[in-house]
Design a protein around this ligand. Structure first.
Ligand SMILES: Cc1cc2nc3c(=O)[nH]c(=O)nc-3n(C[C@H](O)[C@H](O)[C@H](O)COP(=O)(O)OP(=O)(O)OC[C@H]3O[C@@H](n4cnc5c(N)ncnc54)[C@H](O)[C@@H]3O)c2cc1C
Ligand code: SF4
Length: 330
């Protein structure tokens, strides 16, 4: 492992002054240290955000939205009853991630910005587009956990549970972009929509539009009590999802007025399925509607040689998530 320095800024101003192309922000360090140990990422400095004020905290903004500081841990998110009431899908997604020990340390920002779990990406022995290489060894090799959508260039899947829910829930993200000595902190707020994520065709070296030197300040999630996240895993103890779905319903008179269906672990970025949402709008969200949404969600899937099983897994996730969200909307 290449040695690195650990910086512990005590203010946002100090943190911004330290960040650079070779000095990256550190949340809980779960993914960052893993990548450093494998020699995949070799920062000279890790800028630990633990001492920077105002990056933590959960707030319900008078019941209209959920405010989640970038440094909130998955365990804190799960433990907050108001957060679970306002956006139960986010609680589902955090509870399904990792192990209790990991969830005590892992932050929300770090979860969204973690890098793919593709074994070839994580082993510097292999050439890999995502590490600046020229080929994708997973195409010929093991892609059993790989993408069934958007897999033409790189078939790694986006690993974050929370990103799937944030996309379905029309969340926004605020990034601190710098600190002006006279004017104070500068920030930008953007929606967590498909444009926030970066597909390998555009730039294989990153998965989200967060620039060098930016710090995730918070996420704001509009209240979505009729929401659910469901995943299917390789094993039950702990694992990244093999397929997942987040469903957010807006109900009126027992029928679906509006729906958002996001698909996870099936493409290099989380996907919105407009076809699945369309299959729900105007209908009572019963078993037949859930099945129609599930069928629509997988209609355009293009599995590779060894990952056809993920189509059935995704179908099950969407069907179950629709029924769970509908139950919560009653
Ligand atoms: C055994 C195990 C099982 C797991 N299972 C799952 C799972 O099922 N589902 C799932 O979603 N995840 C899973 N994870 C991943 C885990 O949730 C993430 O690694 C963790 O959330 C990363 O958060 P962190 O705070 O440790 O981030 P770090 O490792 O500190 O950082 C990750 C990335 O985010 C950047 N970053 C962190 N904070 C900020 C910030 N505030 N502003 C800007 N950039 C920032 C870092 O620079 C780095 O690029 C698992 C991990 C383990 C070890
Ligand atoms: S699937 Fe993507 S991350 Fe994995 S080896 Fe291919 S290019 Fe690299």
């Amino acid at each position: 492992m290449k040695p690195f320095a650990l910086a512990r800024p005590k203010s946002l101003e100090e943190a911004h002054a330290l960040l650079s192309a070779t000095a990256c922000p550190k949340g809980g360090g779960m993914d960052l240290l893993d990548l450093a140990k494998n020699g995949v990422s070799t920062p000279e400095v890790m800028v630990d955000l633990a001492g920077v004020p105002n990056l933590d905290g959960l707030d319900t903004q008078a019941g209209a939205a959920l405010y989640v500081g970038g440094r909130v841990t998955l365990a804190e998110l799960i433990a907050d009853p108001e957060a679970r009431r306002l956006c139960p899908a986010l609680g589902d997604a955090a509870s399904e991630a990792a192990t209790p020990q990991v969830r005590n340390v892992a932050t929300v920002a770090g979860n969204v910005l973690q890098r793919p779990r593709c074994p070839y990406f994580r082993d510097p022995f292999f050439d890999c587009l995502k590490r600046g290489g020229k080929t994708c060894p997973a195409m010929e090799g093991d892609h059993s956990a790989g993408a069934i959508f958007g897999n033409g260039k790189c078939c790694a899947v986006h690993p974050s549970n929370l990103a799937v829910v944030l996309l379905a829930a029309r969340a926004s993200i605020t990034l601190s972009v710098g600190h002006d000595p006279k004017e104070g902190p500068k920030s930008r707020t953007v929606p967590v929509d498909p444009a926030f994520f970066v597909a390998p065709e555009e730039d294989p070296l990153r998965e989200a539009r967060v620039e060098t030197g930016e710090i995730v300040w918070d996420f704001v999630v509009p209240a979505c009590p009729a929401s659910a996240y469901v995943e299917v895993d390789w094993k039950q103890s702990f694992d990244w999802a093999s397929a997942s779905a987040a469903v957010v319903l807006e109900m009126e008179g027992g029928k679906v007025k509006d729906a958002r269906v996001a698909l996870g672990a099936v493409a290099p970025v989380p996907l919105l399925s407009e076809a699945a949402a369309k299959a729900l709008v105007g209908r009572v969200p019963d078993e037949a509607a859930a099945k129609a949404a599930a069928d629509a969600a997988v209609k355009d899937a293009k599995p590779l040689r060894d990952n056809g099983h993920k189509v059935a897994q995704l179908r099950a996730c969407v069907r179950r998530a629709v029924l769970k969200a509908a139950e919560r909307g009653r």
